[in-house]
Design a protein around this ligand. Sequence first.
Ligand code: SDX
Length: 431
Amino acid sequence: MADSTKSATLSIDGQTYDLPMFSPTAGPDVIDIRKLYAEAGVFTYDPGFTSTASCDSTITFIDGGKGELLHRGYPIDQLAGKSHYLEVCYLLLYGALPTAAELEEFESTITRHTMIHEQMHNFFRGFRRDAHPMAIMVGAVGAMAAFYHDSTDISDPRQREIASHRLIAKVPTIAAMAYKYSIGQPFVYPRNDLDYAANFLHMCFAVPAEEYVVDPIIARAMDRILTLHADHEQNASTSTVRLASSSGANPFACIAAGIACLWGPAHGGANQACLEMLKEIGSPDRIPEYIARAKDKDDPFRLMGFGHRVYKNFDPRATVMKQSADEVLDLLGVENNPILATAKELEQAALADPYFAEKKLFPNVDFYSGIILEAMGFPTSMFTPIFALSRTVGWVSQWKEMIADPQNKIGRPRQLYLGDTARDYVDIENR
Ligand code: SDX
């Protein structure tokens, strides 16, 4: 924890309270209110945590005004351009870029944990074929606690590391199996001769009837999508993982909770919702109608893939994702993709509209990712599972940081109670 260098003075009913402040290495100062209730008998109130720091962390930093995203200090555009997903996983988990030997050992470890317990195959068969892959992932990842008992003791650093490796290695296998199950095709086992992204594509698209060769350019684009979604400070699903972990729950249960939270359309489900919105819009000439709906206070419709709690200038991930969208669609010969054309026109129309400028609404990471994933052949139902498999390393890294923090205690927010005060029970005959 940083040292307190200054304090804030709070005055309530003539009584003043000095609250220590801490200065970060980047970002706003924080006011430490941990003793506020004990000293002043009041709570703070911040639904949605728009101005509340839940923890201290050294993993990821976002400057929403500058559109900056750093992982352990390294800018996301440099990592997306020069690194690759498993190296970023190492960076997030251990805090430094690996040497060649460290990277080789880490990649070998992850590669050799990609198979899941054979008994889990039966677990999948309990689902309906039309189950949403996210429903299967929540169940299957949570069920990992029933198969990997030897890495659930969170007080043992070695078990925490094994659980971390198992989650990063096995969640792609589970995601691919959820996809195969939903289309009635046989599961494809992981292959140790393929890198992480290529292996995931192979598990999704290979069939026993013929050899499937992963296109290296598509694999590179998938690796970049995974890198861009890896971690993002204390977003809703990461905060869910931290809160679940604060009770001492096992890592598989906590990551399953994160997957459940990510599923929502306001969060990781936005990539699926965004592509479905673009398909509903259908063509650029219908864009004004949808822009008007997004601005209409009486219409709950929002432009999926636009806006962000933190980014109020641009989402640096969307910038990189847009470049990838152009490359992938050009490679696949679908550069005339009507959905991409609608997306680009919608982006330009929204950015030119005073409402979006005033509300500081810009395309976020989910705006272009769905277009790439659809061009690769994924159904929209697989977009959020791919976000989840990428974000698993972020959840695990934040979980590890929290568990190792001596300040770690169970999370238990308070409330502003507006309900009835105490009253006596009324027998039914007197109501
Ligand atoms: C992710 O937190 C993270 O880091 C998340 C994430 C990650 O990597 O973990 O970045 C991933 O979740 C990206 C966001 C994906 N979600 C969407 O694309 C769904 C559409 N976006 C909105 O639902 C919304 O922008 C949020 C949820 C993303 C942000 O919500 P906020 O910050 O709470 O914003 P808000 O709801 O308070 O909106 C502020 C104003 C409101 O108008 P007023 O009430 O002030 O008049 O902007 C309007 C909103 O109505 N607004 C939109 C809008 N988003 C906000 N209007 C039209 N379309 C939109 N998309």
